[in-house]
Ligand binder design. Structure first.
Ligand code: GTP
Ligand code: MG
Length: 228
């Protein structure tokens, strides 16, 4: 069942219910600190909020589904090759009625994690529409990664891993299956994006270009994952 929270377009720092309205937090950047904006997008219910909570707090939000209203964000600092990379992660509402709010944030995003739910065929079929929207509203060089979430739900699965792989290949974006419930590939998804963004902002002149897709494929192989 679904519980709808009441606040309207509230920006939250995600801590202790401390909500505040107004503009996003200022991006304090210091030497060797790269700050990047990552946005989670996809249909309502695919698990965007849960993925973020798993990544930030290492926990799974089980129980009643609280659909995100407007947009929410959390910060996480990661250490990538001895450099601190601050990710400001925007958790958008998947519900159609908030689409115009989401559109307004696309242009500031450096990376987009586009999610579907492997137990929900419609959420997978809608990925093409999401990609069209991304091309329309986001920066041209935005990093996009496709994630098939709820990979733990073996019995309810209706989208095969191969279908996700095929779609990602068609659009030339990296792909992995994730689970906010088990934690599968959650760290990897954010690390891969953080690495790509760090390399973009701080590439040394003689350093080779970071290959996001190769990195993801290699990490998946070495982890021996993720057939399910
Ligand atoms: N089994 C399983 N359930 C999940 C997983 N991720 C999320 N869920 C469940 O799916 C439901 C929706 O999760 P949310 O993270 O709130 O979905 P959302 O994409 O943020 O939805 P909106 O905020 O409406 O856009 C919740 O009941 C979660 O418990 C997962 O990896 N595995
Ligand atoms: Mg949500």
């Amino acid at each position: 069942h679904r519980v709808q929270s009441e606040q309207n377009f509230v920006l939250s720092d995600g801590k202790n219910g401390n909500k505040h309205c107004g503009s996003p937090p200022s991006l304090s950047s210091s030497l060797r600190l790269s700050v990047s904006q990552v946005m989670l997008v996809g249909d309502s219910g695919v698990g965007k909020t849960c993925l973020l909570v798993r990544f930030k707090d290492g926990a799974f939000l089980a129980g009643s589904f609280i659909s995100t209203v407007g947009i929410d964000f959390r910060n996480k600092v990661m250490s990538i090759d001895a450099v601190k990379v601050k990710l400001q992660i925007w958790d958008t509402a998947g519900q159609e009625r908030f689409r115009s709010v989401t559109h307004a944030y696309y242009r500031d995003a450096n990376a987009l994690l586009l999610l579907y739910d492997v137990t929900n065929k419609a959420s997978f079929d809608n990925i093409r529409a999401w990609l069209t929207e991304i091309h329309e509203y986001a920066q041209q060089d935005v990093v996009v990664m496709l994630l098939g979430n709820k990979a733990d739900s073996t019995h309810d699965r209706v989208v095969k891993r191969e279908e996700g792989e095929k779609l990602a290949k068609e659009f030339g974006v990296p792909f992995m299956e994730t689970s906010a419930k088990s934690g599968l590939n959650v760290e990897l998804a954010f690390t891969a994006v953080a690495k790509e963004l760090k390399h973009r902002t701080m590439k040394e002149p003689d350093e080779p270009k970071f290959q996001l897709k190769e990195y993801v494929d290699k990490e998946m192989r070495t982890a021996g994952c993720c057939r399910s």
